[in-house]
Ligand binder design. Sequence first.
Ligand SMILES: Cc1cc2nc3c(=O)[nH]c(=O)nc-3n(C[C@H](O)[C@H](O)[C@H](O)COP(=O)(O)OP(=O)(O)OC[C@H]3O[C@@H](n4cnc5c(N)ncnc54)[C@H](O)[C@@H]3O)c2cc1C
Length: 287
Amino acid sequence: MVLGNYKAVCAARAADANIRNGAQDGGIVTAMFAYALEAGIIDGAIVAGPGEKPWQPEPTIATTVDELLAARGTKYNICPNMAMIKEATRSYGLDKIGIVGTPCQMQALRKAQLYPIGVRSVPDKIALAIGIFCMENFPYDGMKAIVEDHCNVPMQSLAKVDIGKGKFWAYTNRGAVTQIPLKETHKYEQPGCHVCLDYVANLADVSTGSVGSPDGWSTVFVRTAKGETIWGQAAKAGVFEVQDIGSVQPGLALVEKLANQKISGNQKYIEQRAGYGIGKTLNNPYI
Ligand SMILES: Cc1cc2nc3c(=O)[nH]c(=O)nc-3n(C[C@H](O)[C@H](O)[C@H](O)COP(=O)(O)OP(=O)(O)OC[C@H]3O[C@@H](n4cnc5c(N)ncnc54)[C@H](O)[C@@H]3O)c2cc1C
């Protein structure tokens, strides 16, 4: 249950080293969109492209592989990709949209497809939804405070940020690495993340994250029939190197542990809020 429905799960990485360099983990998102773009499965993808401030992403419609490459890597702050779905059809004229997003964004996407109030042009145009695992996210200023005040790294010098092994990691362009315990970052978390009961983007066509697979590799859940077809075609075309999830460390048990941790922790918070009368009207099956 905690891992959602899926047809297959594996450890994988992009076969193309150019995609992997600069990607967050195995480059699954970028490689899959690049394949889908070149194969005509999508005619553009909504990604977290570069914004005005360093490491502040902006929802961007990528219609070329170069634009996909420019959007690689995880930005640990909010990027409202869903806000672009109407624009994608209206201003960009896309008929086959790819979109990447966190579990909450995948939920919003599926709701928008079911009840397309204000987005009537969208439901049948979502061609590939890739979800990324997520424990929590931060507002931009929160992430900036973590990086600059706690890690002592100027945002301009930041090459990569990561959360893993119980720590927040900041890597600089010059190769320095700073790590701080997550207990220092908790207070900056987006409060909305604490009512989320999905760690592994259950509603995506394909969802992926680093947890469960070795460094540089990604854990990939293939969830829907559409996801299975596109993943299968891409794998057959040699886009990915794939390993059996049972043969890698730490494996699926860690994904399950963290998913349980998120769900049970957030369920407690939801129950606590219900005690104040908040959320009771939402018909939430968990309270
Ligand atoms: C807030 C957040 C928390 C995460 N927490 C976890 C976790 O707890 N465990 C785990 O295993 N994985 C987590 N991930 C996912 C992980 O960091 C990678 O994004 C994922 O493994 C994909 O890596 P990749 O190499 O396949 O992607 P890449 O090929 O590098 O592409 C990443 C794609 O994600 C898009 N993107 C980047 N930042 C955002 C954003 N803020 N919002 C929406 N889209 C974005 C990029 O534009 C790009 O298209 C988290 C991601 C985010 C954004």
